[in-house]
Write a protein that binds this ligand. Structure first.
Ligand code: NAD
Length: 299
């Protein structure tokens, strides 16, 4: 069997471990990141490092992008100097970043014009899911392209679902971000609430996690929230971006998301106070502030 070469562009919190897992699964991986020190982990794992996105993508069977936001993906993929220019017909472009569904659809249309098969395949599961290759991957695009990319997805995640045509993966990811933000907001409120009543929050979390209030957020985030460790993980800046995607897409569809709108405001407020680089579980700080409790924003 000939080697399958994957160009991996964007080697950050998520992309770094994902690229390393692809090396472990036997793919030939050539990575590129704008800040070169981010590529060191890939080199240590046995991958190759390119000096530009174009250099990485030239000759690749599959190009994966894992970049912060829609404009980053557009600038790397589209237009003059974009990787679509150098990709050969029949190859796959898989954008795994969380971006706007309409941008995902535009990437697919532009790819089709040059014979490149494009999938939107955003992920959920956080840094831990990326490191352990246990991501949930929600895929939009043509069925045949999905099947072709399946071995790549299987090396990165355990729940891989083709949810519909181009853009559908990003729509489901937006729904995912709506749920996660809402749950973090409610867990934060519950922690402030039990603490205000003098109940030990550690004991409260233990029992809450075993009942209907149990959730992955409670399991994975409550302990670090109580320890006031907000090392990212998933940055407030990125969740703020995602809630912007959710509110715009809901408006476009004429759908009311009252709880989503509220949690988007709380996340925006947290960010406006200078906490954009913290983990999104720092939403606890915002809920504490509103009740005049907890440490101050700067402490
Ligand atoms: P990150 O900021 O850690 O990584 C992004 C990387 O892309 C950085 O290393 C940056 O230097 C690089 N980059 C930016 N512009 C570039 C360019 N033009 N060319 C090459 N490299 C460039 O972000 P992340 O946490 O890895 O998230 C990546 C995407 O995945 C985002 O869309 C995010 O919303 C999504 N996501 C993140 C998580 C998480 O828990 N961190 C979970 C699920 C989805």
């Amino acid at each position: 069997m000939s080697t399958h070469t994957i160009a991996f562009i964007g080697l950050g919190v998520m992309g770094g471990p994902m690229a390393a897992n692809l090396v472990r699964a036997g793919f030939d991986v050539v990575g590129y990141n704008r800040s070169p020190q981010r590529a060191q982990a890939l080199a240590a794992a046995g991958g190759r490092v390119a000096a530009s996105a174009i250099e990485a993508a030239t000759g690749a069977d599959t190009v994966i992008t894992m970049l912060p936001d829609s404009p980053d993906v557009e600038s790397v993929v589209l237009g003059e100097g974009g990787v679509l220019e150098c990709m050969r017909p029949g190859s796959l472009l898989v954008d795994m970043s969380t971006i706007r569904p309409d941008v995902a659809r535009r990437l697919a249309e532009t790819g089709r014009d040059s014979g490149v098969r494009v999938l939107d395949a955003p992920v959920s599961g956080g840094e831990q899911g990326a490191v352990e290759a246990k991501l949930s991957i929600m895929v939009g695009g043509e069925e045949e392209a999905f099947e072709a990319a399946r071995p790549v997805f299987d090396a990165l995640g355990t729940t891989v679902v083709h949810v519909g045509p181009a853009g559908a993966g990003q729509t489901v990811k937006a729904a995912n971000q709506l749920i996660v933000a809402g749950v973090i907001g409610l867990v934060s409120e519950a922690l402030v609430f039990v603490d205000a009543h003098g109940v030990d929050p550690d004991q409260a979390v233990r029992v809450l996690a075993g009942g209907l209030a149990g959730s992955t957020v409670l399991d994975r985030k409550a302990a670090s929230m109580l320890a006031r460790d907000f090392t990212p993980g998933f940055r407030v800046d990125l969740h703020h971006k995602d809630l912007g995607i959710v509110t715009a897409a809901a408006r476009e569809a004429g759908v009311a998301i009252p709880l989503g709108g509220l949690v988007a405001t709380l996340m925006g407020s947290l960010r406006a106070q200078g906490h954009g680089a913290l983990d999104h579980s720092a939403l606890l700080l915002e809920l504490e502030r509103m009740s005049g409790r907890g440490e101050t924003a700067d402490s």
